[in-house]
Design a binder for this molecule. Sequence first.
Ligand code: PMP
Length: 358
Amino acid sequence: MLSVRPRIQQLQEYHPPLSRRTGLRLDFNENTIGCSPRVLQCLTQITAEDLARYPEREPVEVLAAQYFDLAPEQVLLTNGVDEAIHLLCEAFLEPGDEALVVAPTFSMYEIYAAATGARVARVQCDSDFAFPLAKVLRSLTPATRMIAVASPNNPTGSVATREQLLQIATAAPDAAVLLDEAYYEFHGQTVIPEIEAAANLFVARTFSKAYGLAGLRIGLLCGPREHMPALRRIASPYNVNIIALLALPAALADREYVDVYSEQVKQGRERLARELHQLGIPYWPSQANFLLVKIGPLHREFVAAIRQRGILLRDRSADSGCDGCVRITIGIADHTNQLITALRAVCIELNLRPKVTA
Ligand code: PMP
């Protein structure tokens, strides 16, 4: 009788709450105003012939490599960072191996790693959510074959420094170290230039966040020349669809659009932090396009009351170490204004009792 592999039966489904997402979307860390108009313009030119052909990834890969100052052999365009994670797990993990993740973090590392039969070791952050370098180094074992770190991290917004990441890559030469820079544009620090020298460092970037292309599913994985052929071998030759491939050059050509948007987000982040301080709502410093806030036992009511005002937030209280926490995506100034108006009203409605600030 047909039966699913036991390892897969045990996996928890990652089921993002995507239904009925009407209103201001501050729940999935997307771009709140969408992509560059140049991308939309380019998509109006799509022909039946374009759609009839299998997509050709390589020419766009060459362009993307140039954009990131890399050689084409060092990059692979992927179906979002999700696929990049999946490919790395497939290429480097076997049953009995260990994959190390820092908790709390993005769920897909654990899901794809566990699906291979590898054991997932979670290194829990302290309550300040600072990157737990010493604990990560202590948790390495001879079986460690993969270490996944998001910097900035989701859902905390905290970062690992270049030095910390290189220290890990050096300490674990038999492991693939994945640095997920999905939120790079809101932080501005990257380890992409280190790929040339490190033999085991991979960096993932996405076009889902600052570029506003989450619906197209396109990301980029870069890593050591020696190992990229293995990832190409297991990826579908058509992993990135033609619409995404046609859109990407237009998105890359409008760097200014992404710069202006990211700048607005950074200003909104400061503004929201000041407002939270005044309202007495604790939050963690973030280098991403979101802030994680501590609401406490009323987190569900808080998300529901903000939703009543047309704004979607993401309850993260089930994440490890995030009891009572809600994640708020930051968009353009107008969206931050709407959010702040709703926050003030909901604090009164729920009697969240702001701390008196000096
Ligand atoms: N990595 C991190 C850290 C994320 O937060 C997300 C999106 N939530 C992703 C990857 C997924 O990116 P993509 O849309 O490119 O698959």
